[in-house]
Design a protein around this ligand. Structure first.
Ligand SMILES: Nc1ncnc2c1ncn2[C@@H]1O[C@H](COP(=O)(O)OP(=O)(O)OP(=O)(O)O)[C@@H](O)[C@H]1O
Length: 349
């Protein structure tokens, strides 16, 4: 099932939560909506689900307007971070719920319900927990139940809002791999809301980066990471090291030293050169465009990072650079920084 969001805007009083958002999701895709808190991800998901309505624009499933269909008629499954299970029902009954409440011709006979629930519990690998109650499960197990419950109605669209948000890092990682597998086995189009870039990049076929109610970029994980369309995307995805520069007559300068300006270009004036900590090499201070004083050296497992204070447009700025294996850096010493790959955006971008 394809999903089309066409020119959707949503305001809460005078606040614009979604500003003319358009998006096409292909059938069978797993797309992540990624963005900082308040960027409009959940609002967009709720509108697609039928839990909320846009002020303007349209949502289509397989090219047909979905806005005049109720939540139930849209045939979507949801999993939310805090989408509570029914505490007084066993795991089995929680999963069976969506099938039991069906009416008329859609209602399955009891034997078919039992077979379907057993299949689902097997699929999400918790068949052995069928008789337990939610209070007797771990957070990860509960989210598997929530997913099985969402899948019970055989949705063609699966909407996941921070489904693993409340879980610890290790369980998150495990469930995320497993969700990817599951998605591949099912004929379903999935939209996942997350503010965790690692989750989005690892799981999704394509990532939609949202900021301030707008879509900043849509692309594969590699595209948004390696070719960020805006400074916002560069800053938000992966680690960013921002260095001050100037564009003069279409050429890029750091002090009096000219650097290659990427094709994207930027208007004349103060600019920000954005790079990744691991795309910066260390060099002798007088041979590099940037130089500064090492304020601190830190080690995180296999990674070493240095805080380096360099001269900025408006006084000193501290940047964090990755230290290569063979580099010896002493706190207080001077060091040159040579960005190997970078993008240039206007200073206000
Ligand atoms: N019912 C509402 N009434 C008023 N404002 C709302 C309502 N729902 C959302 N908002 C506002 O709209 C903006 C977008 O909210 P939304 O929940 O879509 O963001 P989000 O990107 O999902 O954020 P988070 O990652 O924190 O969940 C926020 O500023 C929020 O406060």
């Amino acid at each position: 099932m394809t999903i089309d969001v066409i020119g959707v805007s949503k305001r809460f009083k005078s606040f614009t939560a979604l500003d003319n958002v358009s998006l096409h999701v292909r059938s069978g895709e797993l797309v992540a909506l990624l963005g900082p808190s308040g960027s409009g991800k959940t609002t967009l998901l709720r509108i697609i689900a039928g839990l909320d309505w846009p002020d303007e624009g349209e949502v289509q499933f397989d090219g047909v307007n979905a806005l005049d269909r109720s939540v139930r008629d849209r045939n979507v499954g949801f999993v939310f971070q805090h989408y509570a299970l029914f505490r007084h029902m066993s795991v089995f009954e929680n999963v069976a719920f969506g099938l039991r409440v069906r009416k008329g011709a859609d209602k399955l006979p009891e034997a078919a319900i039992r077979e379907k629930v057993n299949e689902l519990l097997h699929l999400v690998q918790i068949d052995w927990l069928a008789d337990r109650y939610p209070g007797q499960l771990s957070g990860g197990q509960r989210q598997r139940v929530a997913l099985a419950r969402a899948l019970a109605i055989s949705p063609r669209v699966l909407l996941l809002d921070e489904p693993f948000g409340a879980l610890d890092a290790k369980v998150r990682k495990e469930l995320r791999r497993w969700l990817r597998h599951l998605h591949e086995e099912l004929p379903v189009t999935s939209l996942l809301v997350t503010h965790d870039q690692e989750e989005a990049l690892e799981l999704a076929d394509r990532v939609v980066v949202m900021g301030h109610g707008k879509i900043e970029q849509v692309g594969t994980p590699n595209e948004v990471y390696d070719h960020p369309a805006t400074a916002f995307v560069h800053d938000f995805i992966g680690e960013t090291l921002a260095l001050p520069a100037q564009v003069r007559s279409g050429r890029l300068f750091v002090g009096e030293r000219a650097l290659t300006l990427d094709s994207q270009g930027a208007a004349d004036g103060p600019a920000r050169l954005l790079t990744r900590p691991h795309d910066v090499e260390f060099a002798a201070p007088d041979e590099a465009p940037f130089s500064g004083r090492v304020l601190a050296v830190r080690t995180y497992g296999p990674l070493r990072r240095a805080d380096i204070e360099i001269a900025g447009e408006n006084g000193p700025v501290v940047v964090e650079a990755a230290i290569p294996h063979n580099e010896v850096l002493a706190t207080g010493g001077r060091v040159g920084l040579l960005p190997r790959r970078y993008r240039v955006f206007g200073a206000s971008a």
